[in-house]
Design a binder for this molecule. Structure first.
Ligand code: PEP
Ligand code: MG
Length: 753
C-alpha cells in the first residue's frame, strides 16, 4: 500500500490572512539550507490551509513529473507523469496560467491517477513555476473542502512558485531539462498590424520575467530604501530620455511627458511598498505587483485604460533595471525583433534608438501610444495573440510579418526561404517605388491625380520629403493631443500648427479640428457612458456645445499660419447649420487675428450620410469637401468600423458606395467645389484606381501608401477602365463587393495591385 508523506492534517487551520508567516518560514528554511522540495511542499500546504500539496517538475519531452508531495502518496513521486496539456497540472504548464478550482475532479480535463491518492481532495490551486519565460514545473495545493482559494493565497502561491523556480534552476542539469519546455517546433501567432512591414531577426524577449537572485528579506526598511533609490534612478533616466533631442519636433517629448505622469502615479507604488512590508525584496515586490497588473490588464477591454497600464509597466521595467533585477538593455539591438507583452512609448523610442528591426506586442491597440509611434517611426509592429511571449526563447529565429499579420517563431527552412524571397522582392519593390517619388501622378489617359498625406504627429512630416506628396489632405489635430495626454494651450497649439506649415513648404495643408470622443478620449475626461459613442456626443458636436475649446483651436490655427494660406475642415458635420455655426466661429476668430491668412478656407468632411441630402445648401457655403470614408462607410452600412467581424462584410468597392461617391463628385464639380477623399480606402491601390475612374482626383492617405498608389495610377488607363467598371457595378447592383473582378482586370492589364 502506498504510504502518505505525512499524516493528513485534520486539524482546522486558521484562515490564511497574509503571506508574512509563509515568507518568514521560507526564509528560515532557505537560510538553514533545508529548502528541499518536500519542505516547500509541506510549508505550502500548512501555511495555505491546504490538506495536500504537490510539486511537478518539467522533464525532457514536454512531460511533467511529480517531484514532491505533502499529504499524498510519496510512492507516486518520480512515477506519476503527465504530458503538457494533460490534466489540470498539464493545462497550467501549457497555458502558463494558474487554475483555481473548487471542484477539481469534475473539471472536464481532470485526469485520475490512482497512485497519487488524491481521491479525498476537492479543490485545487495550481500555479506555473516559471523562470525567464520557461515553465519549469507546476506547484499545487489541494483542500478536502470544496473552496476557491482566496486571492491573497493565490498571490502567495505565485511568489512561492518564483522561489521554487530558482531552487529548481539551481538544481542544475542533474535532474532537470536545461530550459524547461523549449518547444523547438515552429509556431505561428496571428495578430493585427500596428505598423506595416516585414522583418526577420532574432527574438529579444527583453523584460520577460528574468530570474531574481534574492526573493525574501528580513530587513524591509533596507529594501524600502533600495526601492526609493531605484525610483530616483529610473526617474532621472527618464528625464535623460525626455531631454535627449529627438528628431521631428515635440511630439515624442509630449508623449513621454504624458507617460511619465501616469507611470509615476501613486497607486501601484503603494502596493509595492506593502509587499516589501510582507517580507519580499524590492525586486520581488515590484515583480509581484507587475504580475497582478498583468492579470488586471487581461480583463480590461477599454483600449485607453490598457494603454495607461502599459505605461505603468514600462516604468516597472525601468525600476527593475535600476534594482539590478533585470539586465540593462543591450547597447545595440540591430537585427533583433522585440517580443513583449506590453510596450510603453518611452521604451519604443529607446529600442528604436538601439536599432530594433521590428516589434511584436501581445497586448496593444492600434490607437495606443506605441502603435502611433511605431507607425511614425516606420518600425514594423504587430499586436500578436497571447502565448507568443511564453513560447519564444531569447535568440530564436523569427519572422515578423506585419503585412500578413503573423509572427512565426523558429520558422521552418521552407517558410524562411519563401520569406527571404518575399523580403528580397519587398526591397526591390521599395527601391523601385522610391523611384516614383518625383514622377508626376498622371494616369495613362492624362488625368492628373493629387496625392496627399494623412498625418497625425509631427514625426510623420518626414513623409513629405520621402514620398514627394502634394501636401497634407488630413492633419488629425487630436492625435498630438491624445499622445500628449491633453490639449496644449493656444501658444502650444499655434507652435505645432506653425511647424506643420513650415514643413509643408507652401504645399496645401488641410487641418481638421479636434475629432475627440468615441474611441479618442483624453486622460481625465469623464468617459461618456453612451450606448453608441461613435454616434454620440463627439467631434464637432462637442466643439459647438463647448465653443471655448474650438475657438481656442481656431485661434491657434490662425496664429500658427502667420499670414500664410490656411485651410480648416470640420469633422462629423451632419447638417449645413452645424457647418455654418462652425464657420461663424472661425470667422469671428479670424476677424481678431493679424496678420490675416493670405487665403482662409473652411471645408467640411463628409462622414455623416445626412449631408449627402443637403448638397445644394452645403456646396453653396463650403470651400472644399473631404470625404472621410472610414466614418461614412460605418454610418452608411450601420457597421461599426472597429468590429473585426464586420471588416470584410461591406466594401468600398461596391455599387452603392461608388454610386454615392460618383454623385457627390458630380455635384461638387458642378458647384466648382474641390473634393478630396481621405479615408483608409484612399491608400488601397485598387480602391484608389476605382475612385480615380469615377472622378475623385485628390486622394489623401498615410505615408506608406503614397508610392504604391502612384505606381498603379501612372500605369492605369482610366478611359479603358470606365466601361468595365460600369459593367461591374451593374452586375454588382445587389451591393456585394466587386473587388475580385476589378483586381482580375487590373492584373490582366499588368497593373501592380
Ligand atoms: C474618416 O472617418 O474617414 C477619417 C478620415 O477620419 P478618422 O479616421 O480620423 O475618423
Ligand atoms: Mg472620421
Amino acid at each position: 500500500m502506498a504510504r502518505a508523506s505525512s499524516p493528513p492534517n485534520r486539524r482546522r487551520r486558521p484562515k490564511f490572512a497574509d503571506a508574512r508567516g509563509l515568507f518568514a518560514r521560507l526564509r528560515e528554511a532557505l537560510a538553514s539550507g533545508a529548502a528541499s522540495l518536500p519542505d516547500i511542499a509541506r510549508l505550502v500546504a500548512e501555511e495555505l490551509a491546504g490538506d495536500a500539496s504537490m510539486i511537478y517538475v518539467a522533464r525532457a519531452g514536454e512531460v511533467l513529473e511529480l517531484a514532491a508531495t505533502y499529504g499524498l502518496n510519496v510512492s507516486a513521486v518520480g512515477r506519476t507523469r503527465l504530458r503538457v496539456g494533460e490534466g489540470i497540472v498539464g493545462i497550467v504548464a501549457a497555458s502558463g496560467d494558474a487554475l483555481n478550482l473548487a471542484d477539481a475532479q469534475n473539471h472536464p480535463r481532470y485526469v485520475y491517477r490512482a497512485e497519487i491518492g488524491e481521491d479525498a481532495m476537492a479543490s485545487m490551486l495550481a500555479v506555473p513555476v516559471k523562470r525567464a519565460g520557461r515553465i519549469l514545473g507546476v506547484l499545487g495545493v489541494m483542500s478536502r473542502q470544496a473552496r476557491v482559494f482566496a486571492a491573497v493565497e493565490a498571490e502567495a502561491m505565485a511568489t512561492v512558485a518564483m522561489l521554487l523556480a530558482e531552487i529548481l534552476a539551481a538544481a542544475g542539469a542533474t535532474d532537470l531539462p536545461e530550459e524547461g519546455f523549449s518547444g523547438s517546433l515552429s509556431r505561428r501567432y496571428a495578430g493585427h498590424v500596428l505598423s506595416p512591414g516585414i522583418a526577420r531577426g532574432r527574438i529579444l524577449a527583453y523584460g520577460a520575467a528574468g530570474p531574481i537572485a534574492r526573493l525574501l528579506t528580513d530587513d524591509p526598511a533596507a529594501e524600502l530604501t533600495r526601492l526609493e533609490r531605484a525610483v530616483e534612478t529610473a526617474n532621472s533616466n527618464l528625464d535623460g530620455l525626455i531631454a535627449a533631442s529627438l528628431p521631428g519636433g515635440n511630439a515624442p517629448r509630449d508623449v513621454l511627458e504624458a507617460y511619465r505622469m501616469v507611470a509615476q502615479s501613486a497607486g501601484w507604488m503603494t502596493q509595492v511598498r506593502q509587499a516589501i512590508g510582507d517580507g519580499l525584496t524590492a525586486e520581488t515586490a515590484v515583480d509581484k505587483v507587475a504580475r497582478a497588473l498583468r492579470e488586471r490588464m487581461r480583463r480590461i477591454a477599454d483600449p485607453y485604460l490598457r494603454e495607461r497600464l502599459a505605461d505603468i509597466e514600462d516604468m516597472i521595467g525601468r525600476l527593475m533595471v535600476a534594482l539590478g533585477g533585470m539586465a540593462p538593455k543591450p547597447e545595440r539591438a540591430d537585427g533583433y525583433l522585440l517580443l513583449v507583452r506590453r510596450l510603453g512609448p518611452a521604451d519604443l523610442l529607446d529600442w528604436h534608438s538601439r536599432g530594433i528591426a521590428g516589434v511584436a506586442i501581445e497586448e496593444a491597440s492600434a490607437s495606443g501610444h506605441a502603435a502611433i509611434l511605431a507607425r511614425a517611426l516606420g518600425i514594423p509592429a504587430l499586436a500578436v495573440e497571447r502565448g507568443a511571449v511564453e513560447a519564444a526563447r531569447e535568440g530564436d529565429d523569427a519572422l515578423l510579418d506585419a503585412e500578413g499579420a503573423t509572427l512565426i517563431l523558429r520558422p521552418e527552412r521552407e517558410v524562411l526561404e519563401v520569406y527571404e524571397r518575399a523580403l528580397a522582392a519587398h526591397e526591390v519593390r521599395a527601391a523601385a517605388l522610391a523611384a516614383y517619388r518625383d514622377v508626376p501622378a498622371v494616369t495613362r489617359d492624362g488625368t492628373a491625380i493629387c496625392l496627399m498625406l494623412n498625418v497625425g504627429l509631427a514625426l510623420e512630416l518626414d513623409q513629405m520629403e520621402r514620398t514627394g506628396a502634394d501636401g497634407i489632405g488630413l492633419y488629425r489635430t487630436e492625435i498630438a493631443a491624445l499622445a500628449a495626454g491633453g490639449i496644449p494651450d493656444v501658444a502650444g497649439q499655434a507652435a505645432e500648427y506653425g511647424r506643420v506649415l513650415d514643413r509643408a513648404r507652401g504645399k496645401r495643408v488641410q487641418f481638421r479640428t479636434l475629432d475627440l470622443g468615441a474611441d479618442k478620449v483624453l486622460p481625465g475626461e469623464a468617459i461618456q457612458t453612451e450606448e453608441n459613442p461613435a454616434m454620440g456626443w463627439r467631434s464637432l458636436r462637442v466643439g459647438l456645445d463647448r465653443p471655448a475649446i474650438l475657438r481656442r483651436q481656431l485661434r491657434a490655427l490662425l496664429l500658427g499660419a502667420q499670414g500664410r494660406p490656411l485651410s480648416i475642415m470640420f469633422p462629423m458635420v451632419a447638417t449645413v447649420e452645424e457647418f455654418r455655426a462652425a464657420r461663424d466661429l472661425l470667422e469671428a476668430e479670424a476677424a481678431r487675428i493679424r496678420p490675416s491668412p493670405e487665403r482662409l478656407e473652411a471645408g467640411t468632411m463628409i462622414e455623416v450620410p445626412s449631408l449627402l441630402f443637403q448638397l445644394p445648401g452645403l456646396l453653396a457655403e463650403t470651400d472644399f469637401i473631404s470625404v472621410g470614408t472610414n466614418d461614412l462607410m460605418q454610418f452608411l452600412f450601420a457597421a461599426d468600423r472597429g468590429t473585426p467581424e464586420l471588416a470584410a462584410r461591406y466594401d468600398t468597392l461596391s455599387a452603392p458606395v461608388l454610386e454615392m461617391l460618383e454623385r457627390l463628385v458630380m455635384a461638387c464639380n458642378e458647384a466648382g467645389v474641390p473634393l478630396s477623399l481621405c479615408g483608409e480606402a484612399a491608400g488601397r491601390p485598387l480602391d484608389a484606381l476605382a475612385f480615380a475612374a469615377i472622378g475623385v482626383t485628390t486622394l489623401s492617405m498615410s505615408g506608406n501608401a503614397i508610392l504604391p498608389v502612384k505606381a498603379l495610377l501612372v500605369e492605369a488607363d482610366l478611359d479603358a477602365l470606365r466601361p468595365v467598371l460600369r459593367e461591374l457595378r451593374r452586375a454588382g447592383a445587389a451591393g456585394g463587393s466587386i473587388r475580385e473582378p476589378l483586381a482580375a482586370w487590373a492584373r490582366e492589364h499588368h497593373l501592380p495591385v
